[in-house]
Design a protein around this ligand. Sequence first.
Ligand code: OSB
Ligand code: MG
Length: 369
Amino acid sequence: MLIKSIELIEINLPLVHFFETSFGRTYERRIILVRVEDADGAEGWGEITCGESPGYSDEWTDSAWVTAEKILAPMVVGQEVASAADVWNLMKWARGHRMAKSGIETACWDLEAKKHGVPLWRHLGGVNQVIECGVSIGIQDSIAQLLEKIRVEVEAGYKRIKIKISPSWDYDVIKAVRAEFGDILLMGDANSAYTLADIDKLKSLDEFDLMMLEQPLPHDDIIDHAKLQREIKTPICLDEPIKSPEDARKAIELKSGKIINLKNGRVGGHTQSKMIEQICREANMPVWCGGMLESGIGRAHNIAISTLAGFRLPGDVSASKRYWHEDIIEPAVEVSSDGTITAPESPGIGFEVKRDQINRVAVRNVLIN
Ligand code: OSB
Ligand code: MG
């Protein structure tokens, strides 16, 4: 493929319900979409999944925009690539900025799958066309509000419930959820809100039989997590610190946790995700697909990667309507009453991109050619 141009489009989409984590609350997403076009006029779509502020990772909308426009897109435009798997290497010289890279890289995978006329999930080597879905529920204004949110999702059929926790929203909250919903598959995600000094509090959560505790300790740590894992029964799931296949290898070697939440954006795209999936599968470490409050385009890429064999637990991949009044793809992502999504059979991401709707919510765009 000869990559002829890359278009970046920022869209602003208000969330149906605010989303709060231990690092802050979001009401509206500022999402960068990536459209790549090759010399034959074929197109592919990707999404840069960073947040509006550098709370989860050091990338955020404005930093990713300028990096993609000035540094990364020029490394790819005008290049002839034998396959989408080589696009990562074109941008490798630049350190970091994995979410910006992922937006471009995943768009090239969509483009390539469309040119071959195959669904992206098969092109990536996926084996499970039907994927299991969970939900991630943010910190709410009250426990009653949280219980109501959980009820809606349990009744919708989702396979597991993840709640965001923090030192001021943990023990009593989880206790109330267990009292109300019994032995549902339940987990907590702290987004790095604790340190080893909180070990007694974290130990006390063992009584709730959580499926896992996601990222309790600092965002860049895999050493203290290993210490903590030796002290608690609940399996630790790593999110923020696993940015590369090497990080995954080291976390496995150190026994920093027992599960990895794998996100295309955080690791730099499908090629890196595939490498991490393989390392984890060979080490018998389950992975599952995390989410970044994506629009339909990022969501479609998450569905595709979730079909790989190593994705053995329900992911944070859920229906469009939980996030958006109107998604930018057609059809919107829907979850069946048994809590699953069936990856589509049509070529590429398998959903139609609604360019008119994108134009209505776009606030800026730029073409690099
Ligand atoms: O830690 O997994 C996380 C959203 C934004 C930033 C970080 C995280 C999340 C989620 C939401 O948990 C998952 C989703 O529903 O997209
Ligand atoms: Mg997380």
